[in-house]
Structures are given as C-alpha cells and as structure tokens.
Design a protein around this ligand. Structure first.
Ligand code: AMP
Ligand code: MN
Ligand code: MN
Ligand code: MN
Length: 282
C-alpha cells in the first residue's frame, strides 16, 4: 500500500506587508497553486497583511492560520520567534509589535547614516521605496535598493558584504525580549515557535540554554523543516524537538520568487516521530 500523502502545511512566509515581494493575496494564490493546504502568513513584526491573506485563502480553498514572526534579542544576538494561530485583534500583541516597528524605523535611520558615511547616499529613501508597508522597514528593503544601485548583483550578495554583524552598514539593535515576544503571542491565543534555529550563531550549549528559557517562557515548538536548513539540520532539530518535548513546525520562509530558493509548500515533510505543531488543530 502507498503511504498516505501528508497534508501540505507551510507555516512561515512573508508578504509585502513586511519584507516579502508579493501582496498577501498573490502570495496565497501562489501557495494554493503549489498545493499548500494550510498556510500561515508570518510577516516580521506586523499583522497588516493578515486580513487580505485570509480573504484570498477563503477564495482559494486554503486553510489560513494567522501568524507573525517577532524579532527578539537574546544573549546579544537576534533571534526570530514565530507565533501561529494568533488573534490579529489582540491589543497586547498589536501594542508590542507597534513598538518593534517604531524601533525598526529608528534603526533604518542609523543604517542609512552608515551608508552615507560609506559614500552610498540615498539609502533611507531608497529602502522606503521598496517597503510595501511604510510602517515596516527592514534590511531586505535596503538590500533591494543596493541591488538597484548596482552595489551588488542580488540580495544574497548584498548580505554577504553588507548589513550583517562585522560588515559595513550593520548597526546593532535591541529588539523585543524573549519573555515579551512569547508573552504577546500567548496573550493573543497563539503558539510560539523558534524560527530557523540553524541560522543563529550560538554554540550547542548556548542554543540549548536558549531553548530552556524559551520553554520556561511558554514556547512550544521549533521549526525543523525550513528553507534555510540543510537535510542534516532537519535531523539535528528533530532530535532537539524530541529531547526537549517541543512540537515541530514546517515552513518555507518564502520571501519572493526571485529571492527564495525554496518555494511555498515545496519543502520535504517533517521527519517521522515528531509531534507536529498542528497536532491539535481541528
Ligand atoms: P531585519 O529583520 O530587517 O533585520 O532583516 C532580516 C531579513 O533580512 C530576513 O528576514 C531576510 O528577509 C533578510 N536576510 C537576512 N540575511 C539574509 C541573507 N543572507 N540573504 C538574504 N536575505 C537575508
Ligand atoms: Mn525577511
Ligand atoms: Mn526569520
Ligand atoms: Mn521569516
């Protein structure tokens, strides 16, 4: 007998309401065309795309999960915490995210000042020209402007040379705390998930310490299968999920057709033996 085909869950992606390229509706239509059956939109620090995505999902017959990806600072580094099944009407969550977005705007001015100093002018206006949402500006918008200016050939190459710790155009930034982010997610009825753990520059002991604190704060899950993980990392974080009793998530982290190697819904299924983050979704 053939093994049953697993439902195609994609629980991490971005629209132009944050630093994705597609509108929320276009993103949902692409997900549907790719066979995604359950989709979470998880824009950075922003909920503005959820209503449009929800409406488009209803039209396409895709089950929609309202989500968010919150930027936090822990142990001096930036970590991303995804919230799944949040209530977009939650005041606690909305107020928290509004603070994070305001701090993004101030960071953008400091990034632009760095580029001015480097002799690359106009990056603040340039980044905002790429921001589909004037209230949410990020490094990806700077990167797109720098590509337009011929500073690098694509967004990936920009991030190899600029905008990251130790390279020009980087400014340190203090994001939300772990306790705040998980607290906002839980206050809005959502489930907190550590995004792409393979991307953080933490050794195994610090990473484990982070997870211990994440669980103590009320976090419940970890992304095991995600666009930036290797196959070896699927195994590594599957083991971690198992050991720590965390549920496991799957999400492409799709940002746009030309910027993401992994398309919506295109990842392999979760490794067997894990408790999926959707285990109790009706
Ligand atoms: P921010 O939250 O504004 O600091 O920007 C983080 C975002 O920048 C990520 O979500 C990606 O969209 C983008 N980004 C960071 N590093 C890279 C990279 N190496 N290649 C492509 N995009 C990146
Ligand atoms: Mn992004
Ligand atoms: Mn992220
Ligand atoms: Mn993301």
């Amino acid at each position: 007998m053939l093994a049953p085909v697993p439902t195609n869950f994609d629980l991490h992606c971005h629209s132009a309401a944050s630093d994705g390229v597609l509108t929320p509706a276009a993103l949902v239509r692409r997900a549907a065309a790719n066979g995604v059956q359950v989709l979470a939109l998880t824009d950075h620090d922003e909920l503005a795309g959820l209503a449009e995505a929800q409406a488009a999902a209803a039209e396409c017959g895709v089950r929609f999960v309202p989500g968010v990806e919150i930027s936090i600072t822990w142990g001096g580094i930036t970590i991303h915490v995804v919230g799944l099944g949040i209530d977009p009407r939650s005041d606690v969550l909305a107020r928290g995210l509004a603070h994070v977005r305001a701090s993004r705007a101030r960071r953008a001015e400091r990034i632009a000042a760095e580029f001015d100093r480097l002799g690359i002018p106009g990056t603040l206006a340039g980044a905002y020209a790429y921001a589909g949402n004037p209230n949410l500006v990020g490094r990806a918008h700077f990167a797109r402007y720098l590509v337009e200016q011929g500073v690098a050939r694509d967004v990936k190459s920009v991030f190899a040379r600029f905008l990251v710790a130790g390279k020009p155009g980087y400014v340190p930034h203090e994001w939300a705390t772990l306790a705040d982010a998980v607290g906002w997610i839980r206050a809005s009825g959502g489930r907190a998930v550590v995004a792409h753990p393979g991307r953080y520059s933490l050794g195994p002991e610090r990473l484990r310490q982070f997870f211990v604190e994440f669980i103590a704060a009320g976090g419940e899950a970890v992304e095991v299968v995600t666009g930036s993980h290797t196959r070896a990392q699927y195994g590594e974080y599957a083991r971690l999920a198992h050991e720590l009793g965390l549920a496991a998530s799957r999400g492409s982290d799709f940002h746009g057709p030309d910027e993401s190697e992994i398309d919506l819904g295109a990842l392999p299924p979760l490794p067997p033996g894990l408790k999926p983050v959707w285990h109790d979704w009706a």
